[in-house]
Design a protein around this ligand. Structure first.
Ligand code: KMH
Ligand code: ZN
Length: 269
């Protein structure tokens, strides 16, 4: 099997310090969390940033400051900014971090209910995002919350907007979207085109189960506070690194080697 690429989704847009006081939100905290997660075995840092009040923002300067701090601390992982941001943000705002020309960024592949909100990703928006990423040579990670989103990604590929092999993130268990189960993960993986790579993310208590199943299937894993703030039922996670380290231990037991950041680059970019 291909080496396992672990993504640490260290902050997200929805979780707060009230939910888990260990959540990193400032540029300094995010940089420390990224380094710690990388040392634990993460090869990709999926990044959201917050403003001074801890609210989600797509401010380009805050992304830039945070990414620079990460590199200054010695982070070698692929830094993958979100273009999803938070539900309700304008497309102009969401695209801001792509202008910094990161190695990768997310590209959300369809509209979905997202808790009490609607996370809007209509086709014109997706085309705009794919065109911009193609122009800026930013590798998209195709976020799919529903099986139909995979067909939207294939539509973008048919239009020539997604050069190179496709890389998907199958996100299962968002409240309002497809539930997190092994059956649903299998179904989505069967829909992926030949040659695609994929990672899987389970939300909340499903994070561990989905990561283990992905590990066994030959996919990659995403863990971290964006999707889940607990280590065990009723026990808050101490850090993103703690969640990453558990996957590394499981991978070792299952004899799946973990990819370094450079090995992840070779596989994905
Ligand atoms: N915060 C969600 C509404 C992404 O990063 O591209 C969207 C999200 C997806 O987190
Ligand atoms: Zn995200």
């Amino acid at each position: 099997m291909e080496k396992l690429i672990i993504t640490a989704a260290i902050c997200g847009a929805e979780v707060t310090k009230e939910d888990n006081p260990n959540l990193p939100v400032t540029p300094e905290e995010l940089a420390d969390a990224a380094l710690e997660a990388e040392k634990a075995g993460a090869a990709i840092i999926h990044l959201h940033v917050r403003d001074r009040d801890g609210r989600p923002t797509q401010d380009r300067d805050i992304f830039s400051e945070t990414m620079d701090l990460m590199r200054a601390r010695g982070v070698k992982a692929i830094i993958q900014p979100s273009t999803g941001g938070a539900a309700g943000m304008s497309w102009e705002e969401r695209l801001q971090p792509v202008l910094l020309k990161p190695e990768m960024a997310t590209l959300d592949c369809g509209t979905t209910n997202f808790g009490d909100d609607v996370f809007i990703n209509d086709l014109p928006l997706m085309v705009k995002f794919a065109e911009k990423m193609k122009d800026m040579q930013v590798k998209p990670e195709l976020e799919c919350f529903e099986p139909g989103h995979i067909y939207n990604a294939l539509y973008l590929q048919e239009k020539g907007l997604l050069p190179g092999p496709l890389h998907f993130d199958l996100v299962l268990g968002v409240p309002g979207a497809l539930g997190a189960s092994i059956k649903n993960l299998n179904f989505m993986v069967e829909l992926l085109p030949e040659g695609a790579t994929w990672t899987a993310a389970g939300v909340g208590r499903h994070q561990l189960q989905i990561a283990i199943h992905s590990l066994l299937m030959g996919g990659h894993c995403r863990v971290g506070f964006e999707d889940n703030i607990y280590y065990l039922k009723g026990e808050l996670a101490q850090s993103n690194a703690q969640l990453v380290a558990r996957i590394v231990r499981l991978a070792e037991e299952l004899q799946r080697k973990v990819a370094t950041p450079d090995e992840a680059r070779e596989i994905l970019i």
